[in-house]
Design a protein around this ligand. Structure first.
Ligand SMILES: N[C@@H](CCC(=O)N[C@@H](CS)C(=O)NCC(=O)O)C(=O)O
Length: 210
């Protein structure tokens, strides 16, 4: 299958999850940048792709797909085989989802740009809000991952949980939140940072050139 297009923004953590999943599976994709800062994501063209004006959006031959977790499932099932984003065993699969949802449902959405802007126009108050919710989310992840982690968040294989965690750690750093309180997350991050798919999907590789 070819002809996939990913509408993304270089610094969006949700976009990074999907860039990483595609890269890890070796799936060719055309990356189409959509700026979150200059109104492009709110344009009629993009809102037609995603009613909330968010990224990522994956365009496939079957149609458009939003929501990074749905996209991850689609990728894993459409391109089966190693490396898998989700373990085959049901319990481990659900443990991956549990951790991923701590990030995708309970942490990233409350520090999203539109929430910060609605909270306050003051960057200092935005930062305080983001740090509060990110630190709670990461503490919960650390606790929940303690019994499941091996080399990575669930066992010894990289999974969708790690692909959600690491971009959230990047967001944490943007808000000057230290990882010192999360030794397990720091250890998983160090392993991930050595992976070629981490490097090629990293925001710094996709930052538009001036
Ligand atoms: N639940 C969505 C979240 C998507 C999302 O929040 N995207 C952010 C960027 S990371 C966005 O487009 N934000 C635009 C805004 O806040 O206005 C997913 O997992 O794909």
């Amino acid at each position: 299958m070819s002809g996939l297009k990913l509408y993304h923004y270089w610094r969006s953590s949700s976009s990074w999850r999907v860039r990483w999943a595609l890269d890890l599976k070796g799936v060719p994709v055309e990356l189409v940048p959509v700026s979150l800062l200059d109104g492009e994501s709110e344009s009629p063209g993009h809102v037609a792709r995603h009613p909330l004006g968010f990224v990522p959006v994956l365009e496939t031959s079957e149609g458009l797909l939003t929501q990074s977790s749905a996209i991850a499932h689609w990728i894993d099932e459409t391109f089966p085989g190693a490396p898998a984003l989700f373990p085959e065993d049901t319990w481990s699969h659900c443990k991956v989802l549990q951790l991923a949802d701590i990030i995708c449902s309970d942490t990233q959405p409350v520090q999203n740009l539109n929430v910060l802007q609605m909270h306050s126009p003051d960057p200092a108050r935005q930062k305080e809000w983001a740090r509060h919710f990110i630190s709670r989310g990461l503490a919960a992840y650390e606790e929940l991952a303690r019994p499941t982690a091996g080399e990575f968040s669930v066992g010894d294989s990289l999974s969708w949980a790690d692909l959600c965690l690491i971009p959230q750690l990047y967001n944490a750093a943007r808000f000057d939140l230290s990882l010192s309180q999360y030794p397990l997350l720091a250890r998983i991050a160090a392993r991930c940072e050595a992976l070629p798919s981490y490097l090629s999907s990293h925001p710094s590789r996709h930052e538009p050139k001036p």
